[in-house]
Design a protein around this ligand. Structure first.
Ligand code: ADE
Length: 178
């Protein structure tokens, strides 16, 4: 059943050469969202992983923007809450942020100060791991809030960019690898 679900998910990923710039092969998860069976398969596979590996999880933390598509569905399945990690400047009230380097310049991720409790066991989720820069910054943000990061999860892992190395000591679970 797991293999059939992974097949269904893989079939609903589209590939766009030279988007958004020449030489980039863009992996598009939009067809997954358009197909209720494929979306259910994604959430089933994440749920199975979490129940087997991180049954103590207390909170799902999703990354801006496509982590917001899968995170709340998974959190609801697990009966835990969902928290948004956003790009700087989007969240109201007191926030905490962590800056990280981009190819050109800097960016920052941010969370509401009261969104995560000290010691809370959290799992981070996004659609795709590339270089791992944003996911690593989100892990640092959770640690700044004294949360316990249990791991990171993505639908797609781009292995040639070696984001797993950047994430260490945080761990990664991915459904599909390219
Ligand atoms: N984000 C970074 N690299 C990407 C890729 N190849 N496809 C989709 N999203 C990405």
């Amino acid at each position: 059943a797991r293999e059939a679900k992974l097949d269904l998910v893989t079939k609903h990923i589209k590939h766009f050469p030279d988007f958004p710039s020449k030489g980039i092969l863009f992996r598009d998860i939009c067809p997954i969202l358009k197909d209720p069976g494929a979306l259910t398969a994604v959430i089933d596979l994440f749920e199975e992983h979490v129940r087997q590996t991180h049954p103590q999880v207390e909170l799902i933390v999703g990354l801006d923007a496509r982590g917001f598509l899968f995170g709340p569905l998974l959190a609801q399945r697990l009966g835990v809450g969902f928290v948004l990690v956003r790009k700087k400047g989007k969240l109201p009230g007191p926030t905490v942020s962590v800056a990280y380097k981009l190819e050109y310049g800097e960016a920052a991720v941010e969370v509401q100060e009261d969104a995560v409790a000290p010691g809370e066991k959290v799992l981070l989720i996004d659609d795709l791991l590339a270089t791992g820069g944003t996911m690593y910054a989100a892990c640092e943000l959770m640690k700044k809030q004294n949360a316990e990061v249990m791991g990171c999860m993505v639908v797609i892992e781009l292995k040639e960019l070696n984001g797993v190395e950047k994430l260490k000591p945080n761990t990664l679970f991915s459904l599909v690898q390219y």
